[in-house]
Design a binder for this molecule. Sequence first.
Ligand SMILES: Nc1ncnc2c1ncn2[C@@H]1O[C@H](COP(=O)(O)OP(=O)(O)OP(=O)(O)O)[C@@H](O)[C@H]1O
Length: 453
Amino acid sequence: MGPEFDRCVIVDDDDDILLAARLLLRPLFREVITARTPEDALPKIERHTPDVVLLDANFARGATDASEGLAWLDRLTQLDPEIVVVMITAHAGVHVAVAAMKRGATDFVPKPWSNDRLLATVRTAAALRRSRVAAGAPRPAPASKSPLLGHSPAMARVHSLIERAAPTDANVLILGQNGTGKEVVARELHARSQRAGQVLQTVDLGAIATELIDSELFGHVKGAFTDAKTDRIGRIQAADGGTLFLDEIGNLPLHLQPKLLTALEQRQVTPVGANKPVKVNIRVIAATNMPRDRLMDERVFRQDLLYRLNTVEIALPPLAERPEDVIELAEHFLALYAERYNRPLPTLGDAARAALIAHDWPGNVRALRHAVERAVILSTRTVLDPEDFGLEAGVSRPAPTPTPQAADLNLDRVERRLVEEALRKHGYNITGAAAELGLSRAALYRRMEKHGL
Ligand SMILES: Nc1ncnc2c1ncn2[C@@H]1O[C@H](COP(=O)(O)OP(=O)(O)OP(=O)(O)O)[C@@H](O)[C@H]1O
């Protein structure tokens, strides 16, 4: 069998490192291109669109803060936003890890590396990139294509609520941890409503900078503030006639909550800087991963707005509380990804089934979906084992991570521990945990996927 992948570019100022990496990676790639400086590497990267770039973090003699490597990382991601960069660093500190993640690195290899780990890291990075490119589809697949699966008693209640609430114009509030399927429920509600032929306008309030939320939701008129060069219709108005899906509603700043309440009560919006309101006809679906008790705290969320939004409330339990759904979901995703990646459909072995059911899935259905995708891409077995999903046979939870010790500087473990700690601290609120780690939500999801969280 020939090499699995096309091209890899390695950038390091140390000839020994370049030689070692070239020898190690040659069986994986048709061509391994080396460069001693990023300046040399740039035209090669532009010309060859490599599957993976291995980039040293430190170039200047004696430099240890990785600033040069990070600056080059920025240039590379600007050049190709899809680029897969694995950082190599001899001075692996957590701050370097976090800074590089924030700026789009896919992974890290501390130097001196272990050959197995370098190979595994590079192979995973290359496989994921190639599969995505071949599929021509960014992940995750559009949720609209995913029907709402699950026959557990909890999901049966959810289906029944959707059936009853969808055709009415009642506002619906969907509660549930990250990855439990809130967006799928919102789409299902819209699809089964009388507004199905109209627009479903989604606003992810967790993804918009706080200072922009006002004009994003309500719109603005030209000259309302310095950057308002033209009139801009807000998302509420853009949803006119259809459904407005306010995702991560818990992130709506307190000072804007009365404004949204007024808009919903009066069925009209006043764009920033305008003096006349505009009529709108919308049905509102909102979702949040905020635990109910926080949402009931007047200091966090205005209760009058909450009552306006939760005419019907649909709570999605964490996946761990509905183990009956795990195999149905896993088999659905297996079929989906086997087809997408053009692989023979593997089956779940008994041990894999047991491990999938026993796992506590803190990242819920999203994490299960990613674990299945990875298994489809990377496994060559026809009957899948727990290891194909990054799980251990007969272990229901990931081994508890040891308390930080000065001796444990393994970047991978440190990263996993930081991500876990941040998630726990923020009650699995992705926006909060991402902010604390200094990552975008997308980058945090990638870390969660990588560590099977
Ligand atoms: N019951 C389900 N049936 C089929 N697919 C599901 C189900 N629940 C979740 N998924 C899939 O899991 C992934 C996460 O779901 P979704 O985006 O709806 O979660 P969410 O609760 O909105 O997450 P977040 O709060 O993090 O945005 C999606 O790919 C979705 O298709």
